[in-house]
Design a protein around this ligand. Structure first.
Ligand code: NAI
Ligand code: MG
Length: 350
């Protein structure tokens, strides 16, 4: 049976880094099943051309034909564009990819990199951001100043399954330590539910002491970012609601030298989609200088999640070797190499 991989480059540097991920998988040759890549549409450019950022066909092909997928990055505008909503947010929901697992680890030596970073952000992926803006225009009495309102949803159901995912991941790591990130001193209803639910995971019926070896701590999100920079070694698995998880993982990326190094997988119970943590980087798009390593590592994470551990490890060690050697790095890491040059160096080492 072949392995069918949906490829969704979307916008900006997503289109430049995803071919690197493909090349790395292809370089594995016969050590994984025959791969078939299926190109799929999504993104802001797709919205401008077709009126939808996530065509039904893309979701149907993913659901019915693909074993897994790789996503590049989408250029979501910062202003409200009528009819547009982020396809990556929608994809995570439609495919029920409830966990965004973002390992951040360092391979010395990179300029400015702290050598001991080894943590994983486990970001809830289906709620928290699901806001609806009231159709009625709210106006301050007599003053006419506009108001906006958004609703934040946190459920016990989603908090429990992301909590379980975090504990499961902790069990596989040497330090077996979970830190719950929240802000329940202020958002006591929503984040309070998240915090209590995640804390309660080890004592749920049926757990039978499964997580006895895992230690649990918690940290308010603002001071968590502070401590991440001051003493990153205190963290192992950081589990967080959607928005905090997004912010913390970009902050953690700074500690290892570049956003262009940090991969992720969006995981559900029956599907997995690899995706670099970075966005479409319009400031460097079109120049062949985007760092492809985050996308390549995302391909490895996806393969590992599917059970192809050797293939994943071969890609990961090729990436680590390229970083360690330091001869072929893109400008974000202080190098002079192009995207394609870095890809061919990784492929050579695989
Ligand atoms: P960004 O992650 O695209 O870029 C932030 C900074 O990091 C930029 O200076 C960029 O040049 C640099 N950078 C990012 N990836 C890099 C790589 N592979 N190699 C070298 N440098 C890299 O975040 P930004 O600028 O805030 O957002 C740009 C667009 O991306 C927005 O429209 C945003 O909505 C979208 N975005 C999409 C995401 C997704 O598709 N999952 C995630 C984050 C942002
Ligand atoms: Mg982000």
């Amino acid at each position: 049976k072949s392995l069918k991989i949906g490829m969704i480059p979307a916008d900006g540097i997503g289109r430049e880094v995803l071919p690197g991920a493909k090349a790395a998988i292809q370089a594995l040759g016969s050590s994984i099943p025959t791969t078939e890549f299926i190109d799929l549409q999504a993104g802001f450019e797709c919205f401008q051309k077709t009126g939808t950022a996530l065509p039904d066909e893309t979701v149907e092909v993913l659901k019915n034909e693909c074993d897994c997928a790789l996503f590049g990055a989408v250029s979501s505008p910062s202003r409200k564009v009528f009819g547009y909503s982020s396809p990556i947010v929608a994809l995570r929901k439609k495919m029920d990819l409830y966990a965004n697992i973002r390992p951040v680890s360092s391979v010395a030596p990179i300029p400015n990199e702290q050598p001991t970073i080894d943590l994983v952000v486990v970001r809830e992926n289906t709620e928290c951001l699901g806001f609806s803006i009231s159709k009625k225009k709210h106006r301050l009495l007599g003053k006419g100043a506009p108001k906006a309102r958004a609703t934040r949803l946190i459920t016990e159901y989603a908090s429990r399954r992301i909590g379980e995912m975090a504990f499961k991941i902790a069990l596989t790591r040497p330090r077996k330590h979970v830190t719950i990130i929240h802000k329940s001193n202020v958002l006591s209803v929503t984040d309070g539910l998240f915090r209590e639910t995640v804390r309660g995971v080890p004592t749920l019926p049926g757990m039978n002491g499964k997580y006895d070896g895992v230690t649990v701590a918690e940290q308010l999100v603002d001071s968590a970012v502070y401590r991440l920079f001051r003493e990153p070694h205190i963290y192992d698995v950081m589990v967080a609601p959607n928005l905090y998880g997004d912010i913390i993982s970009d902050a953690a990326a700074a500690l290892v030298g570049s956003l262009g190094l940090v991969p992720s997988v969006n995981a559900g119970d029956s599907f997995v989609m690899g995706e670099p943590v970075h966005g479409s980087a319009p400031d460097i798009a079109g120049k062949d200088i985007a760092n492809p390593l985050a996308a390549i590592r995302s391909a490895a994470l996806m393969l590992r999640q599917l059970g192809y551990r050797n293939g994943a490890a071969r890609i990961e060690s090729a990436v680590d070797d390229v970083i360690r050697e330091g001869r072929y790095l893109t400008p974000d890491l202080g190098g002079k190499s192009s995207t394609s040059e870095v890809v061919s160096q990784v492929v050579k080492r695989i």
